[in-house]
Design a protein around this ligand. Structure first.
Ligand code: NAD
Length: 499
């Protein structure tokens, strides 16, 4: 073993020695170039963080007027760049303007509007009750900005998932360093322009790049890390953050089940499921990942789902302007691999060059198939059947807690059974994705699907420290609390009732 290792190293040394002088020089120069690039990138990152720390320390971002102005500038810039944003989304993901606007630009503008309207209320100290035993004192909670925060975004809603956390971070009075995904290059480039043209880098900066940049960022100490991406990377982020005891928000993914009971009109269920599944070609963190259908309604539902696909995208979805494409060849290949399990009921057509995968319904898969072992994140929908609800609940509960859980049933008993006996980031009854819309519903995962939440008020609190402040009265001074302690345990217990 040792000998084989030695021979291997010797052969590599001979190989290097065999290289002509110029080739060897070229390898050295390339290696040195990469080393220099990494070094410069790290220096840049450190410089940005230091500048932002200095700016945060100046106290400017604490001022509410300053925060309002920042949100106003962001809003104006998003409105200015609306056309370019739609074009970038279409370039990266083949998103139609309708989908681009409704799922990316509208939520950003809606959030800014909500934050601007509610900022004063959210930022003000909140008085809370003080126990009788502390009479004369007062208690309040004062939200404070955290400092310099890092926001890392994925590629599937590349503008929405980068800018919505930014809105919360700005409103809460932080400095922000943004890292968009390298897999949506047009959106990444446009986001950089948007940020550079709107904010000084000491307040908000954006750094583009891939894995190396992500890794270099995670080496640094931030006051908070807001990460949206896969559960695999979520683990890495948490591990890296732990070294600095940096708090994290992890917006992750997973396999979100969709349960269908027979009491609802199958056409309505089918249309709502197909909409939520095939929007963005299934590349949505909360897309229904697999169907659990009551056996009694399975055939009708499948029939209606096929009709829904045709009515949304026509007989050949490839020619529909409303049907997006897969982000890149790696994901295209991964998804075509997943399609090998089970029996395709409809769809299944692919085109490597245009990264097209048809909306595809699959049955006859087992939990040992790769398609059931990972988050699908594409336009493939496996259909599993169950005979009674307890059987379906057992399947859901033995898997990691999902980001979303969908139930199609109007039966109140079934609804409360599902709510009481399962856990998931969010629940949507009789629709898909819509639970993300109300500003008053926090959005986030639980267990493997994430940690922490945002949207509406939660976006503000996610980037704030809720500082507890108690002001004691100087008029009263309870002698009994000081040593030497004179109260008996019985007297102490009576007194503690007033705390
Ligand atoms: P990803 O985890 O691959 O990447 C996310 C970010 O991490 C990107 O900016 C990427 O450049 C960076 N990165 C990649 N490798 C890194 C490394 N080794 N070290 C540091 N940074 C690194 O996620 P993705 O493929 O872009 O997105 C898909 C996943 O995101 C899916 O699992 C999906 O469910 C999830 N997602 C979750 C939500 C949510 O809100 N919960 C929203 C969208 C997507």
């Amino acid at each position: 073993m040792l000998k084989a290792g030695r021979n291997f190293i010797r052969s590599k040394i001979y190989l290097i020695m065999d290289l002509s002088g110029s080739k060897f020089k070229e390898i050295l120069i390339k290696g040195f170039g990469r080393f220099r690039e990494t070094n410069t990138m790290e220096k840049n990152i450190i410089e940005i963080i230091e500048t932002q720390k200095g700016f945060f320390g100046s106290g400017k971002t604490r001022n509410l007027h300053f925060r309002q102005e920042a949100l106003k500038k962001l809003e104006a810039r998003v409105l200015d760049l609306e056309g370019e944003m739609l074009a970038a989304l279409s370039q990266d993901l083949g998103k139609s303007h309708f989908e681009g606007y409704s799922t990316e630009i509208a939520p950003i503008l809606g959030d800014i509007k909500y934050m601007r309207k509610n900022l004063k209320r959210l930022a003000q100290p909140r008085q809370v009750p003080t126990p009788l035993g502390l009479t004369g004192g007062s208690s309040c909670i004062i939200p404070q900005p955290l400092g310099v925060v890092l926001v890392m975004a994925p590629w599937n809603y590349p503008l929405h998932l980068l800018i919505r956390p930014l809105i919360g971070a700005l409103a809460a009075g932080n400095c922000v360093l943004l890292k968009p995904s390298e897999h949506a290059p047009a959106c990444s480039d446009l986001s950089r322009r948007l940020i550079e043209e709107t904010f000084p880098a000491q307040h908000v900066a954006l750094i583009e790049g891939g894995v190396e940049v992500g890794q270099a960022l995670l080496e640094q100490k931030f006051d908070h890390i807001f990460f949206t991406g896969s559960s695999r990377l979520g683990r890495i982020v948490m591990e890296k953050a732990a070294r600095h005891l940096t708090p994290v928000t992890l917006e992750l993914g997973g396999k979100s089940p969709c349960l269908v009971e027979p009491d609802l009109n199958p056409r309505l269920s089918a249309r709502r499921i197909m909409w939520g599944k095939f929007i963005n070609a299934g590349q949505t963190c909360v897309a229904p990942d697999y169907l659990l259908v009551n056996r009694r309604i399975k055939e009708d539902l499948i029939e209606e789902m096929q009709q829904a696909i045709t009515s949304f995208y026509g007989p050949d979805p490839r020619s529909s302007l409303d049907y997006p494409r897969i982000i890149n060849q790696d994901h295209f290949q991964r998804l075509t691999g997943l399609m090998k399990a089970g029996r395709i009921i409809c769809g299944g057509q692919t085109d490597r060059e245009s990264k097209y995968i048809a909306p595809t319904l699959i049955e006859g898969v087992s939990w040992d198939d790769p398609i059931m072992g990972e988050e699908i994140f594409g336009p493939l929908l496996p259909i599993l059947e169950y005979q009674d609800l307890d059987q379906a609940l057992a399947i859901i509960n033995e898997k990691p807690k999902p980001l979303a859980l969908y139930l199609f049933s109007n039966d109140k008993n079934i609804q409360s059974k599902i709510l009481n006996e399962t856990s998931s980031g969010g629940v949507c009854i009789n629709d898909t994705l819509s639970h993300l819309l109300p500003h008053h519903l926090p959005f986030g995962g639980v267990g493997e699907s994430g940690l922490g939440s945002y949207h509406g008020d939660e976006s503000f609190f996610c980037f704030s420290h809720r500082r507890s402040v108690f002001k004691s009265s100087t008029l009263l001074d309870l002698k009994q609390k000081y040593p030497p302690y004179r109260l008996s345990l019985k007297q102490l217990k009576k007194l503690m009732k007033f705390m």
